[in-house]
Design a protein around this ligand. Structure first.
Ligand code: NAD
Length: 437
């Protein structure tokens, strides 16, 4: 079995590498030559735990290679995966499908023999039909099927998510394409992963519905956290108390600074726009988007309030700028709202992130980037935790207090215990949890 993976980003690189680990011959393609050159030298273009070793192993064993030459990779392939970006289209909130359609045209020109073209990118309902139309128009003679196979991996745990998923969704009614897809995912079938075969349209919608549902859980618990703060309840106990109910589930009930990342913000927006265009507005989704946008903006105000109502002339130390731990992905991270707002209010921001600073530097100008956790705090008037990297979970409180000008700690991820922090002498601020009297 030969696979061509078009797009060697977070999804394409991980999926391609994992398929090669399953024993398939995979060529990862990217039009970004710098990325391909790096990969050929064994340098990962993204940070994803365990990826470098898995790539090296499969390259060494001859099942995984990289190229900028799409045509050569596609010619040989039984299945061609489209794993290019589908960012928000500038101006109107819809998904920008130009990368998908360009890839479809390039694939059409190169296809040789029966080929399964698989959209792995997150794409709105109807995109598979358009990909099919594009290919058919360019190559009326070609034998192919277009399949939807959305990806559910999470950055930071992408390899285990891909190799041990909760389910695989495959959208096609073509028996021939089903056979190819079944063969590709055979190792997962053997470990009894549920594989859901459905229509292409349904498969496309499943991905958006899944992401939007998870985003809804986050916005829900964030609003409950606001209520907890007013009534003196503890949002973490509320989350536990409801999450232990199997119908609700424990995950995605962590109150925080709002969801970010490369998927939830753009996917909720794209679904809301598609639904409104079709005349079936999804009001819950529209409200979730609104809550999250306002929440990210409200976080800087919390920091300002914790600093006595003004940060003008003050220095704020920030730990973590990535949208979550174990990734260098900065797309739609809450830090992109919080840091500029603190700066606009007159603060100097010193920040550190273990992996995301290279990405962040271009997006967050005038930040003083520091080399380590404690260096960030030197002479700062307050410490703000935005991303819950493990190394921020066990801070030496005495050292932190000695470095800060005032012991103000704003913990936007609730990683510390309020009682302990108050006992340790901090002016501690968290999300939706009462402080000891
Ligand atoms: P990314 O931006 O990291 O990578 C996309 C890559 O595609 C880039 O390297 C780009 O150069 C390349 N590319 C674009 N057009 C190309 C072409 N014609 N030929 C060759 N290469 C081309 O994107 P990503 O985060 O991997 O996301 C890809 C898709 O997967 C998106 O639709 C996203 O919504 C979805 N998805 C992402 C995640 C995630 O956690 N990042 C999870 C599930 C699904």
């Amino acid at each position: 079995m030969h696979v061509a993976m078009i797009g060697t980003g977070y999804v394409g690189l991980v999926s391609g590498t994992c398929f090669s680990e399953f024993g398939v011959d995979v060529v990862c393609v990217d039009k970004d030559r710098a990325k391909i050159e790096k990969l050929e030298q064994g340098v990962m273009p993204i940070y994803e735990p365990g990826l470098d070793d898995l790539v090296a192993k499969n390259v060494r064993e001859g099942r995984l290679s990289f190229t900028a030459d799409l045509s050569r990779a596609v010619k040989k392939a039984d299945a061609v995966f489209i794993a290019v970006g589908t960012p928000t289209r500038r101006g109107d909130g819809h998904a920008d499908l130009s990368y998908v359609y360009t890839a479809a045209k390039e694939i059409a020109a190169a296809m040789d023999g029966y080929t399964v073209v698989v959209t792995k990118s997150t794409v709105p309902v109807g995109t598979g039909d358009e990909v099919e139309r594009i290919i058919r128009e360019a190559r009326p003679d070609a034998q192919f099927d277009v399949v939807s196979n959305p990806e559910f991996l999470r950055e930071g745990s992408a390899i285990s998510d891909f190799t041990h998923p909760d389910r695989v969704v495959i959208g096609t009614h073509s028996p021939r394409a089903q056979e190819v897809m079944r063969a590709l995912y055979r190792p997962l079938h053997l470990i009894e992963t549920p594989i859901l075969f459905t229509s292409r349209t349904t498969s496309e919608l499943i991905k958006y519905a899944a992401n939007t549902f998870l985003a809804t859980k986050i916005s829900f618990i964030n609003e409950v956290a606001d209520l907890c703060e007013k009534v003196g309840a503890d949002v973490q106990d509320v989350a536990k108390g409801i999450g232990l109910d199997g119908r609700i589930g424990k995950k995605f009930l962590h109150a925080g600074p709002g969801y970010g990342g490369s998927c939830f913000p753009k996917d909720t927006l794209a679904l809301a726009h598609t639904a409104r265009d079709i005349g079936v507005p999804l009001r819950i989704v529209e409200t979730v988007i609104d809550i999250n946008t306002k929440r990210k903006k409200a976080m800087a105000e919390r920091v300002i309030a914790a600093c006595g109502g003004s940060v003008a002339g003050k220095t704020i130390a920030v730990l973590g700028v990535a949208f979550k731990p174990n990734t260098d992905d900065m797309r739609d991270s809450p830090s992109l709202d919080i840091l500029p707002q603190l700066q606009a209010n007159g603060a100097t921001v010193r920040a550190y992130d273990p992996e995301a600073m290279r990405e962040a530097k271009a997006l967050l100008p005038d930040v003083v980037w520091c080399d380590g956790t404690y260096e960030t705090m030197e002479g700062a008037d307050a410490l703000v935790i935005i991303t819950e990297w493990n190394q921020f979970r066990g801070l030496d409180f005495e050292r932190v207090k000695a470095l800060l000008r005032a012991p103000v700690l704003v913990d936007l991820r609730n990683i510390y215990n309020p009682d302990e922090m108050v006992r340790a002498g901090f002016d501690y601020h968290c999300i939706g949890r009462p402080l000891p009297l």
